[in-house]
Design a binder for this molecule. Structure first.
Ligand SMILES: [Ca+2]
Ligand SMILES: [Ca+2]
Ligand SMILES: [Ca+2]
Ligand SMILES: [Ca+2]
Length: 195
């Protein structure tokens, strides 16, 4: 196997912003994590809306069957007690401009299988369903669902989200050579269980 799949993005950008929730009485706040590969970083959210820092993840590359994994730590860094977080994902796939990778029949995010997904050490992979019907739980499925009810009830304590992604060895083929994918995770911190 000399196929080389080079992944594209260098870092995570954590953006703090207060989310307007209309007539709702409760605060929520979102932070954005950008990377196609995880490594350790901390996403500090505050229900009072103050901005937080940026942390950077390393680039990794892989070929069919290879796995990459990492952790992002999420904490309530504010002074208002929260209840839980929700996480959504959005992917950007960039096609290679040289053959065979320039073929774009099957998007790269559909062959990047999620093999491990835990929050605070508990398996939450059950929340990801095979939305695109290709037989595996992948990053494309992740952007079609929402992870919800992930408890975050304490202050200033880091809660690790761990994800391992595998270049699914049968589905990852020549047309994915040189393609890249970027996944943006948006984490929303909610004050109340009804949110
Ligand atoms: Ca391609
Ligand atoms: Ca799938
Ligand atoms: Ca997709
Ligand atoms: Ca919720």
């Amino acid at each position: 196997m000399n196929k080389k799949l080079i992944l594209g993005l260098a870092g995570i950008l954590v953006v703090g912003s207060l989310v307007a929730v209309g007539t709702r009485a409760y605060f929520s706040q979102q932070g954005e994590v950008k990377s196609n590969v995880f490594s350790t970083g901390t996403l500090a959210l505050k229900l009072d809306g103050a901005e937080e820092a940026t942390s950077v993840w390393d680039i990794e590359a892989g070929g069919p069957g290879d796995e990459v994994s990492g952790t992002v730590k999420i904490k309530n860094a504010g002074n208002i007690i929260a209840d839980h977080i929700e996480i959504t994902a959005a992917n950007t796939v960039t096609e290679s401009d040289v053959a065979p990778g320039s073929t774009a029949d099957v998007a790269l995010d559909t062959v990047l299988e999620i093999t491990v997904l835990t929050y605070d050490g508990a398996d939450i992979l059950d929340q990801v369903t095979d939305e695109n019907g290709n037989g595996i739980k992948d990053l494309d499925d992740l952007e079609k669902i929402e992870l919800d009810d992930l408890a975050l009830m304490d202050m200033d304590t880091e809660h690790p989200l761990v994800m391992t992604i595998r270049f699914e060895p049968v589905l990852t083929v020549g047309e994915h050579q040189g393609d890249s994918a970027t996944t943006t995770l948006t984490v929303t911190l909610n004050q109340d269980s009804s949110q």
